[in-house]
Design a protein around this ligand. Structure first.
Ligand SMILES: [Zn+2]
Ligand SMILES: [Zn+2]
Length: 318
C-alpha cells in the first residue's frame, strides 16, 4: 500500500492528500541536521542541492492518478516532493544569501521545473518556501521545496480561470495590467530593477503581502533568460532583507513561485512570486481562523499603502 493517497472532497470538489507517514517523522537530535555537509545524507561539498523529501506526500512511486467516479473516491498521489537546499551553511538566513547564491538556487529551480514538466504525470510544478518557526518550519537550515502535482491545485486553477476570463473580455493580460497600474500609482511599490517589480498588491489578503512580477510577459521559470535570472536573484535578496528588517527579526512567511501549468498553452498567464507573511505587527501573528479557513474570506489588519512605505524604508543593514 502506498504511504499516501488522494481523497476527493465532494463538497469542495478538490483533492485532499492523506499522508499518514508524515506523522511518524522522527524527533531529530538537536545538534544534528540532515541537510548539513557531513550528515551522510547530502554530498560533503555541495553548493545548492536537490534533496528528495524523506516523507513525501506525492511520489512517482505511488499508484497513478486516475480518479474513478464515486462519492468516496481515492486515487494515487503520483508526483514529487523535493527539498531545495539553498546553501551548505546551516545558520544562514535566506535574506543573508549572496545574490550569486540566489542565482544558483534559481538555476536549480528552473532545471528541476523543466525536468518535471517533461513527465506526463505532472500537471503542475510549484516552487515554494515556508520560512520561520511560526509557519511550522522545524529545520533552520536554509531551504525551500518543489512539489509536482498530478492535478492543478484549486487556487492555481482559480487564478488561471480569472486570467483567462480577463484575457477573453479585455483582450489583454490581467497581470500586465495590474503591474502597469501599480507602476503608475507608485504608492505600493517596494523595489524594482530592469526585469522585475516588487509591490504590495492593492488586494493583498495577508499582512504585507507582496508580489514580484516579471516585466516581460512570460509564464515559467525555465523561460527566464540570463539577465532575468540575475535580476530576480538581486530582487529576492532585497525583498527578503526588507522583510527581515521590517520588525527586526526574520519574517515568518510563505514564498510561492507562480508559473504556468506543465502542459497545454496558457498565454494569458504571467510568471510572478507571491510572498505571504503571517506577522501582522512586531508582536502579533495573523492566524487563519474561522473567517479565513472556514469561509475563504480574509481579514487583513494592514493597509498595503502603509506597509509598502514601511518596507521601502526598511533598508538592508549591511
Ligand atoms: Zn544544517
Ligand atoms: Zn502579462
Amino acid at each position: 500500500m502506498a504511504d499516501s493517497e488522494l481523497r476527493w472532497h465532494p463538497l469542495l470538489r478538490e483533492w485532499v492528500a492523506v499522508a499518514t507517514q508524515r506523522q511518524g517523522r522522527p524527533q531529530l537530535p538537536e545538534d544534528w541536521c540532515p541537510f548539513c555537509p557531513g550528515s551522510g545524507r547530502v554530498p560533503n561539498d555541495y553548493d545548492v542541492y536537490l534533496y528528495p523529501n524523506d516523507f513525501p506526500a506525492f511520489s512517482f512511486e505511488n499508484p497513478s492518478f486516475s480518479p474513478e467516479p464515486g462519492l468516496l473516491q481515492t486515487t494515487g498521489a503520483k508526483g514529487a516532493c523535493d527539498v531545495v537546499l539553498y546553501s551548505p551553511n546551516h545558520r544562514l538566513l535566506p535574506s543573508q544569501l549572496a545574490v550569486e547564491q540566489w542565482g544558483k538556487v534559481i538555476d536549480l529551480w528552473a532545471a528541476r521545473t523543466a525536468e518535471l514538466f517533461s513527465r506526463s504525470e505532472v500537471r503542475y510544478v510549484s516552487v515554494f518556501e515556508n520560512a520561520g518557526v511560526a509557519i511550522g518550519v522545524t529545520m533552520p537550515h536554509p531551504h525551500g521545496q518543489i512539489y509536482a502535482f498530478p492535478f492543478i491545485p484549486p487556487l492555481i486553477q482559480r487564478e488561471l480561470d480569472s486570467a483567462l476570463l480577463y484575457h477573453r473580455e479585455q483582450s489583454g493580460c490581467l497581470y500586465c495590467r495590474i503591474l502597469e497600474g501599480e507602476m503608475e500609482d507608485g504608492r505600493r511599490l517596494v523595489a524594482s530593477n530592469d526585469s522585475f517589480v516588487a509591490f504590495l498588491p492593492f488586494f493583498g489578503r495577508f499582512p504585507s503581502e507582496m508580489q514580484i512580477c516579471a516585466r516581460r510577459h512570460m509564464g515559467t521559470l525555465p523561460e527566464l533568460n540570463e539577465a532575468e535570472r540575475r535580476d530576480l536573484a538581486s530582487l529576492l535578496k532585497i525583498v527578503r532583507e526588507k522583510y527581515d528588517n521590517l520588525y527586526g527579526f526574520p519574517m515568518p512567511l510563505m514564498m510561492l513561485l507562480r508559473q504556468s501549468p506543465a502542459a497545454g498553452e496558457h498565454p494569458y498567464f504571467h510568471f510572478h512570486i507571491d510572498f505571504l507573511p503571517i506577522q501582522r505587527s512586531a508582536t502579533k501573528l495573523k492566524y487563519l481562523a474561522s473567517v479565513e479557513s472556514g469561509h475563504g474570506t480574509f481579514l487583513n489588519d494592514t493597509r498595503a499603502e502603509e506597509q509598502a512605505a514601511l518596507l521601502r524604508r526598511a533598508e538592508p543593514k549591511t
